[in-house]
Design a protein around this ligand. Structure first.
Ligand code: HEC
Length: 158
């Protein structure tokens, strides 16, 4: 090998080294630049455009069907959500809906829960709640007593 040949060979080697260095440097600085723009690497995370990522629409848990608040069974009327927020935390709303009382007894029930069951002060909501309760869950009308049937009559002795 003559000197000329040898020289050209080393030039090629150096050039290859430079290409390699440039490539590595380019890749690293590209990565750093990308990280600066997208530090969370969000492009690698699942997004809504990803077909495996399905957004399930949240069901409206306060929906009303046929005049009934589905989740609790309470009637849809003025004050409903105040009652839902204050009266369904400790026990089922069934305890409310299966009771029928007048204003005084609803108020007394609330007082009793406040005194013995840690029910909080309802503030101005108390009136809204009692109005809702007595409007939608008033005492049942007793009506006339049923007709008497199958009665064994007996004679009164003098
Ligand atoms: C801090 C908890 C709590 C909250 C809030 C609460 N209650 Fe109660 N309530 C109770 C407990 C405890 C009982 C007794 C449950 C039992 O006997 O199993 C009860 C019982 C009742 C009863 C049945 C009373 C009886 O004589 O049997 C009714 C009716 C009632 N609650 C209505 C309501 C209404 C209306 C509200 C909203 C203002 C409400 N509750 C909010 C704790 C609570």
């Amino acid at each position: 090998m003559d000197k000329h040949e040898e020289f050209r060979k080393s030039v090629r080697q150096i050039r290859r080294l430079f290409v390699l260095l440039f490539t590595v440097f380019g890749l690293i600085s590209g990565g750093v630049l990308y990280l600066m723009m997208d530090p969370d690497l969000s492009i690698f995370k699942k997004t809504s455009s990803d077909p495996t990522f399905v957004v399930i629409p949240e069901e409206d848990e306060d929906r009303i069907e046929n005049g009934i608040h589905v989740r609790t069974g309470l009637k849809d009327a003025e004050g409903l959500m105040v009652v839902v927020y204050n009266c369904t935390n400790c026990h089922s709303a069934k305890l409310v809906t299966q009771n029928r009382m007048n204003k005084e007894r609803w108020a007394a029930t609330i007082d009793w829960m406040q005194e013995t069951q840690n029910l909080w002060d309802l503030g101005s909501n108390e009136e809204v709640i009692i109005n809702y309760l007595v409007t939608n869950y008033p005492p049942r009308e007793k009506g006339r007593r049923e007709r008497l049937i199958n009665i064994a009559w007996y004679d009164l002795e003098q």
